[in-house]
Design a protein around this ligand. Structure first.
Ligand SMILES: Cc1cc2nc3c(=O)[nH]c(=O)nc-3n(C[C@H](O)[C@H](O)[C@H](O)COP(=O)(O)OP(=O)(O)OC[C@H]3O[C@@H](n4cnc5c(N)ncnc54)[C@H](O)[C@@H]3O)c2cc1C
Length: 294
Protein backbone atom coordinates (compact mmCIF):
# COMPACT_ATOMS: atom_id res chain seq x y z
CA UNK A 1 0.00 0.00 0.00
CA UNK A 2 1.46 3.32 -1.13
CA UNK A 3 0.65 6.06 1.31
CA UNK A 4 1.59 9.68 0.99
CA UNK A 5 2.10 11.71 4.13
CA UNK A 6 3.01 15.40 4.35
CA UNK A 7 4.79 16.96 7.31
CA UNK A 8 4.00 20.19 9.20
CA UNK A 9 0.89 21.17 7.24
CA UNK A 10 -1.17 24.23 8.13
CA UNK A 11 -4.64 23.10 9.18
CA UNK A 12 -6.26 26.54 8.71
CA UNK A 13 -7.77 25.89 5.31
CA UNK A 14 -9.28 22.60 6.50
CA UNK A 15 -11.55 23.99 9.21
CA UNK A 16 -14.38 26.51 9.17
CA UNK A 17 -12.87 28.63 11.97
CA UNK A 18 -9.74 29.04 9.77
CA UNK A 19 -7.44 28.75 12.79
CA UNK A 20 -4.92 26.34 14.22
CA UNK A 21 -1.22 25.66 14.04
CA UNK A 22 0.55 23.07 11.89
CA UNK A 23 -0.27 19.40 12.17
CA UNK A 24 2.75 17.12 12.41
CA UNK A 25 1.53 14.70 9.72
CA UNK A 26 -1.26 15.15 7.16
CA UNK A 27 -2.64 12.69 4.60
CA UNK A 28 -5.74 12.00 2.53
CA UNK A 29 -7.63 8.71 2.24
CA UNK A 30 -9.86 7.67 -0.66
CA UNK A 31 -10.44 4.09 0.46
CA UNK A 32 -10.31 1.94 3.58
CA UNK A 33 -6.97 0.22 2.87
CA UNK A 34 -5.39 3.70 2.81
CA UNK A 35 -6.99 4.47 6.17
CA UNK A 36 -5.56 1.20 7.45
CA UNK A 37 -2.08 2.01 6.09
CA UNK A 38 -2.18 5.49 7.61
CA UNK A 39 -3.33 4.16 10.96
CA UNK A 40 -0.35 1.79 10.86
CA UNK A 41 1.92 4.74 9.98
CA UNK A 42 0.68 6.65 13.05
CA UNK A 43 1.31 3.60 15.21
CA UNK A 44 4.88 3.27 13.89
CA UNK A 45 5.53 6.97 14.51
CA UNK A 46 3.96 6.61 17.98
CA UNK A 47 1.62 9.55 17.38
CA UNK A 48 -2.17 9.90 17.68
CA UNK A 49 -4.35 10.11 14.58
CA UNK A 50 -7.73 11.58 13.78
CA UNK A 51 -10.09 11.68 10.81
CA UNK A 52 -11.15 15.05 9.45
CA UNK A 53 -14.32 15.63 7.45
CA UNK A 54 -15.50 19.15 6.65
CA UNK A 55 -13.75 20.66 9.68
CA UNK A 56 -16.97 22.38 10.75
CA UNK A 57 -16.98 21.12 14.34
CA UNK A 58 -13.29 21.23 15.26
CA UNK A 59 -11.12 23.88 16.86
CA UNK A 60 -7.40 23.17 16.43
CA UNK A 61 -5.09 24.82 18.95
CA UNK A 62 -2.56 27.40 17.77
CA UNK A 63 0.23 24.97 18.69
CA UNK A 64 -1.22 22.51 16.19
CA UNK A 65 -1.72 18.78 16.50
CA UNK A 66 1.22 16.50 17.33
CA UNK A 67 -0.15 13.59 15.31
CA UNK A 68 -1.60 12.51 11.97
CA UNK A 69 -4.71 14.16 10.52
CA UNK A 70 -6.35 11.99 7.86
CA UNK A 71 -8.57 14.00 5.57
CA UNK A 72 -11.45 11.79 4.46
CA UNK A 73 -11.88 11.76 0.66
CA UNK A 74 -14.24 8.78 0.35
CA UNK A 75 -17.27 10.30 -1.34
CA UNK A 76 -19.38 7.78 -3.24
CA UNK A 77 -23.17 7.70 -2.97
CA UNK A 78 -25.31 4.65 -3.83
CA UNK A 79 -29.12 4.57 -3.75
CA UNK A 80 -31.04 1.32 -3.23
CA UNK A 81 -34.82 1.77 -3.21
CA UNK A 82 -35.62 4.16 -0.40
CA UNK A 83 -32.22 3.89 1.26
CA UNK A 84 -28.91 5.55 0.50
CA UNK A 85 -25.37 4.57 1.35
CA UNK A 86 -23.04 7.54 1.50
CA UNK A 87 -19.31 7.34 2.12
CA UNK A 88 -18.00 9.38 5.03
CA UNK A 89 -16.73 12.40 3.12
CA UNK A 90 -19.98 13.08 1.27
CA UNK A 91 -21.23 16.54 2.20
CA UNK A 92 -24.38 16.34 4.31
CA UNK A 93 -26.06 19.15 2.36
CA UNK A 94 -25.03 17.57 -0.95
CA UNK A 95 -26.52 14.23 0.10
CA UNK A 96 -29.87 15.81 0.99
CA UNK A 97 -29.96 17.63 -2.36
CA UNK A 98 -29.03 14.55 -4.43
CA UNK A 99 -31.61 12.45 -2.56
CA UNK A 100 -34.23 15.03 -3.53
CA UNK A 101 -33.32 14.46 -7.19
CA UNK A 102 -34.10 10.77 -6.59
CA UNK A 103 -37.56 11.61 -5.17
CA UNK A 104 -36.32 10.82 -1.67
CA UNK A 105 -36.82 12.99 1.38
CA UNK A 106 -37.16 12.60 5.13
CA UNK A 107 -33.82 14.29 5.89
CA UNK A 108 -34.48 17.80 4.54
CA UNK A 109 -33.63 19.41 7.89
CA UNK A 110 -30.05 18.21 7.52
CA UNK A 111 -29.59 20.39 4.44
CA UNK A 112 -28.57 23.24 6.73
CA UNK A 113 -25.87 21.24 8.52
CA UNK A 114 -22.38 21.86 7.07
CA UNK A 115 -19.65 19.22 6.96
CA UNK A 116 -19.55 15.56 6.02
CA UNK A 117 -21.93 12.72 6.70
CA UNK A 118 -19.14 10.91 8.63
CA UNK A 119 -18.84 13.93 10.93
CA UNK A 120 -22.62 14.10 11.24
CA UNK A 121 -22.81 10.47 12.39
CA UNK A 122 -19.89 10.96 14.80
CA UNK A 123 -21.69 13.79 16.59
CA UNK A 124 -25.32 12.87 15.80
CA UNK A 125 -25.72 16.21 14.06
CA UNK A 126 -29.14 17.65 13.46
CA UNK A 127 -31.70 20.38 13.86
CA UNK A 128 -34.42 20.69 16.51
CA UNK A 129 -36.83 18.29 14.75
CA UNK A 130 -34.37 15.86 13.14
CA UNK A 131 -31.06 14.24 14.00
CA UNK A 132 -29.03 11.89 11.80
CA UNK A 133 -29.94 9.13 14.27
CA UNK A 134 -33.55 9.26 13.02
CA UNK A 135 -32.56 8.07 9.53
CA UNK A 136 -29.51 5.96 10.48
CA UNK A 137 -29.77 2.26 9.61
CA UNK A 138 -26.14 1.17 9.83
CA UNK A 139 -22.57 2.27 9.23
CA UNK A 140 -19.54 0.51 7.84
CA UNK A 141 -16.59 1.28 10.03
CA UNK A 142 -12.94 0.40 10.33
CA UNK A 143 -13.01 -0.54 14.00
CA UNK A 144 -10.36 0.79 16.34
CA UNK A 145 -9.03 -2.70 17.01
CA UNK A 146 -9.74 -4.45 13.71
CA UNK A 147 -8.13 -4.57 10.30
CA UNK A 148 -11.28 -5.11 8.22
CA UNK A 149 -14.45 -3.05 7.80
CA UNK A 150 -17.48 -4.19 9.79
CA UNK A 151 -21.12 -3.12 9.78
CA UNK A 152 -22.63 -1.68 12.95
CA UNK A 153 -26.17 -0.56 13.78
CA UNK A 154 -28.04 1.68 16.20
CA UNK A 155 -27.24 -0.58 19.17
CA UNK A 156 -23.51 0.05 18.60
CA UNK A 157 -23.84 3.74 17.69
CA UNK A 158 -25.69 4.60 20.94
CA UNK A 159 -26.68 8.04 19.73
CA UNK A 160 -27.47 10.80 22.19
CA UNK A 161 -27.84 14.54 21.93
CA UNK A 162 -24.83 15.59 19.75
CA UNK A 163 -23.00 12.43 20.71
CA UNK A 164 -22.52 8.77 19.84
CA UNK A 165 -20.43 5.80 20.86
CA UNK A 166 -18.00 6.75 18.05
CA UNK A 167 -16.79 9.62 20.24
CA UNK A 168 -15.48 7.07 22.74
CA UNK A 169 -13.54 5.10 20.12
CA UNK A 170 -11.02 5.62 17.35
CA UNK A 171 -13.32 3.87 14.85
CA UNK A 172 -13.26 5.31 11.33
CA UNK A 173 -16.71 5.78 9.80
CA UNK A 174 -16.33 4.65 6.18
CA UNK A 175 -19.95 4.87 5.06
CA UNK A 176 -23.45 5.22 6.42
CA UNK A 177 -26.78 3.85 5.23
CA UNK A 178 -29.82 6.02 5.82
CA UNK A 179 -33.51 5.24 5.47
CA UNK A 180 -35.26 7.92 3.41
CA UNK A 181 -38.88 8.62 2.47
CA UNK A 182 -40.27 8.33 -1.05
CA UNK A 183 -41.60 11.80 -1.85
CA UNK A 184 -41.93 13.84 -5.02
CA UNK A 185 -38.75 15.75 -5.78
CA UNK A 186 -40.55 19.12 -6.00
CA UNK A 187 -41.99 18.67 -2.51
CA UNK A 188 -38.63 17.69 -1.01
CA UNK A 189 -36.91 20.65 -2.68
CA UNK A 190 -39.55 23.02 -1.29
CA UNK A 191 -38.96 21.66 2.19
CA UNK A 192 -35.17 21.96 1.80
CA UNK A 193 -35.45 25.54 0.66
CA UNK A 194 -37.70 26.32 3.66
CA UNK A 195 -35.10 24.90 6.07
CA UNK A 196 -32.24 26.76 4.38
CA UNK A 197 -34.14 30.08 4.27
CA UNK A 198 -35.06 29.92 7.94
CA UNK A 199 -31.46 29.03 8.80
CA UNK A 200 -29.96 31.87 6.76
CA UNK A 201 -32.30 34.32 8.51
CA UNK A 202 -31.18 33.15 11.97
CA UNK A 203 -27.49 32.46 11.62
CA UNK A 204 -24.67 34.99 11.58
CA UNK A 205 -22.44 34.79 8.50
CA UNK A 206 -18.70 34.37 9.01
CA UNK A 207 -16.00 32.06 10.33
CA UNK A 208 -17.46 29.77 12.95
CA UNK A 209 -18.35 26.20 13.94
CA UNK A 210 -21.98 27.13 14.63
CA UNK A 211 -23.18 26.51 18.20
CA UNK A 212 -20.18 26.49 20.49
CA UNK A 213 -21.88 24.92 23.50
CA UNK A 214 -24.44 22.10 23.74
CA UNK A 215 -27.84 22.99 25.09
CA UNK A 216 -28.24 21.86 28.69
CA UNK A 217 -30.55 18.84 29.25
CA UNK A 218 -33.47 21.08 30.11
CA UNK A 219 -34.57 24.51 28.95
CA UNK A 220 -33.18 27.21 28.83
CA UNK A 221 -30.95 26.86 25.79
CA UNK A 222 -27.24 27.69 25.83
CA UNK A 223 -27.94 30.72 23.61
CA UNK A 224 -30.55 32.06 26.05
CA UNK A 225 -28.24 31.56 29.04
CA UNK A 226 -25.34 33.33 27.30
CA UNK A 227 -27.59 36.18 26.18
CA UNK A 228 -29.10 36.60 29.67
CA UNK A 229 -25.60 36.62 31.13
CA UNK A 230 -24.83 39.71 29.07
CA UNK A 231 -22.20 38.04 26.88
CA UNK A 232 -23.57 38.97 23.44
CA UNK A 233 -20.97 40.97 21.52
CA UNK A 234 -18.20 40.18 24.03
CA UNK A 235 -14.74 40.14 22.44
CA UNK A 236 -11.37 38.54 23.04
CA UNK A 237 -8.71 39.45 20.46
CA UNK A 238 -10.21 38.54 17.10
CA UNK A 239 -13.01 36.39 18.53
CA UNK A 240 -16.49 37.65 19.29
CA UNK A 241 -19.76 36.30 20.69
CA UNK A 242 -22.18 36.91 17.86
CA UNK A 243 -24.71 39.73 18.34
CA UNK A 244 -27.18 37.68 16.29
CA UNK A 245 -26.89 34.32 18.04
CA UNK A 246 -25.28 34.28 21.49
CA UNK A 247 -24.15 30.64 21.27
CA UNK A 248 -22.12 31.33 18.13
CA UNK A 249 -18.54 32.37 18.76
CA UNK A 250 -17.12 33.93 15.63
CA UNK A 251 -13.63 34.43 14.31
CA UNK A 252 -13.90 38.01 13.08
CA UNK A 253 -11.04 37.41 10.62
CA UNK A 254 -7.75 37.73 12.50
CA UNK A 255 -8.77 35.62 15.47
CA UNK A 256 -6.63 32.78 16.75
CA UNK A 257 -7.66 29.52 18.35
CA UNK A 258 -6.53 30.95 21.70
CA UNK A 259 -8.80 33.99 21.24
CA UNK A 260 -11.78 31.69 20.62
CA UNK A 261 -10.94 29.35 23.51
CA UNK A 262 -10.30 32.21 25.95
CA UNK A 263 -13.58 33.86 25.00
CA UNK A 264 -15.44 30.56 25.38
CA UNK A 265 -13.85 30.04 28.81
CA UNK A 266 -14.97 33.55 29.87
CA UNK A 267 -18.53 32.90 28.66
CA UNK A 268 -18.52 29.54 30.45
CA UNK A 269 -17.39 31.21 33.71
CA UNK A 270 -19.96 34.02 33.52
CA UNK A 271 -22.84 31.59 32.82
CA UNK A 272 -21.67 29.38 35.69
CA UNK A 273 -21.59 32.38 38.06
CA UNK A 274 -24.98 33.74 36.97
CA UNK A 275 -26.96 30.54 36.41
CA UNK A 276 -24.91 27.79 38.07
CA UNK A 277 -24.88 25.79 34.83
CA UNK A 278 -21.73 24.18 33.42
CA UNK A 279 -22.01 24.58 29.67
CA UNK A 280 -20.35 21.77 27.75
CA UNK A 281 -18.65 22.54 24.40
CA UNK A 282 -20.19 21.00 21.30
CA UNK A 283 -17.12 21.95 19.27
CA UNK A 284 -14.23 19.45 19.54
CA UNK A 285 -11.15 21.26 20.85
CA UNK A 286 -7.99 19.58 19.54
CA UNK A 287 -5.73 18.22 20.90
CA UNK A 288 -7.00 18.97 24.43
CA UNK A 289 -10.07 20.66 25.77
CA UNK A 290 -9.52 23.12 28.62
CA UNK A 291 -13.11 22.49 29.71
CA UNK A 292 -13.85 19.82 32.32
CA UNK A 293 -16.10 17.82 30.01
CA UNK A 294 -15.93 17.66 26.17
C1 LIG B 1 -22.32 27.48 10.09
C2 LIG B 1 -22.44 26.20 10.84
C3 LIG B 1 -23.68 25.73 11.22
C4 LIG B 1 -23.81 24.51 11.91
N1 LIG B 1 -25.05 24.06 12.25
C5 LIG B 1 -25.19 22.85 12.83
C6 LIG B 1 -26.50 22.33 13.12
O1 LIG B 1 -27.51 22.92 12.82
N2 LIG B 1 -26.57 21.12 13.73
C7 LIG B 1 -25.44 20.40 14.07
O2 LIG B 1 -25.59 19.29 14.61
N3 LIG B 1 -24.22 20.88 13.81
C8 LIG B 1 -24.05 22.07 13.20
N4 LIG B 1 -22.80 22.56 12.93
C9 LIG B 1 -21.62 21.77 13.34
C10 LIG B 1 -21.13 20.81 12.24
O3 LIG B 1 -21.57 21.21 10.98
C11 LIG B 1 -21.56 19.37 12.49
O4 LIG B 1 -21.10 18.93 13.74
C12 LIG B 1 -21.02 18.44 11.38
O5 LIG B 1 -21.76 17.26 11.36
C13 LIG B 1 -19.54 18.15 11.51
O6 LIG B 1 -19.12 17.44 10.35
P1 LIG B 1 -17.64 17.61 9.79
O7 LIG B 1 -17.48 16.69 8.65
O8 LIG B 1 -17.35 19.04 9.51
O9 LIG B 1 -16.81 17.09 11.02
P2 LIG B 1 -15.33 17.56 11.42
O10 LIG B 1 -15.40 18.93 12.00
O11 LIG B 1 -14.40 17.33 10.31
O12 LIG B 1 -15.03 16.51 12.59
C14 LIG B 1 -15.78 16.55 13.78
C15 LIG B 1 -15.43 15.30 14.60
O13 LIG B 1 -15.89 14.16 13.88
C16 LIG B 1 -14.83 13.23 13.67
N5 LIG B 1 -15.04 12.62 12.36
C17 LIG B 1 -15.36 13.25 11.20
N6 LIG B 1 -15.50 12.35 10.20
C18 LIG B 1 -15.25 11.13 10.75
C19 LIG B 1 -15.23 9.80 10.24
N7 LIG B 1 -15.48 9.54 8.94
N8 LIG B 1 -14.94 8.79 11.08
C20 LIG B 1 -14.66 9.04 12.39
N9 LIG B 1 -14.68 10.27 12.94
C21 LIG B 1 -14.96 11.30 12.13
C22 LIG B 1 -13.56 14.08 13.72
O14 LIG B 1 -12.43 13.30 14.07
C23 LIG B 1 -13.92 15.12 14.78
O15 LIG B 1 -13.67 14.62 16.07
C24 LIG B 1 -22.64 23.76 12.24
C25 LIG B 1 -21.38 24.23 11.84
C26 LIG B 1 -21.28 25.43 11.14
C27 LIG B 1 -19.92 25.88 10.69
Amino acid sequence: MNISVQKNVSIKEYNTYRVGGPVLFFAEAKNWPTFLGLREFAKQQKVPYMVLGGGSNVLFADDGYPGLVILNRMDKIIFHGDTVTAEGAVGTTKLVLIAAEHNLGGISGLASVPGSIGGAVYGNAGVPDLNIKDAFMHATILPENGNKPIVVGQDYAKFGYRTSHFKETKDIILSTTLKLKKEPSALVKKEISMYIKSRVAKQPPGLTCGSFFKNPDHFPSAGWLIDQSGCKGMKEGGAQVSEKHANWIMNTGKGTASDIINLALKVHKIVKEKHNIDLEPEVQIIPNSPFNKN
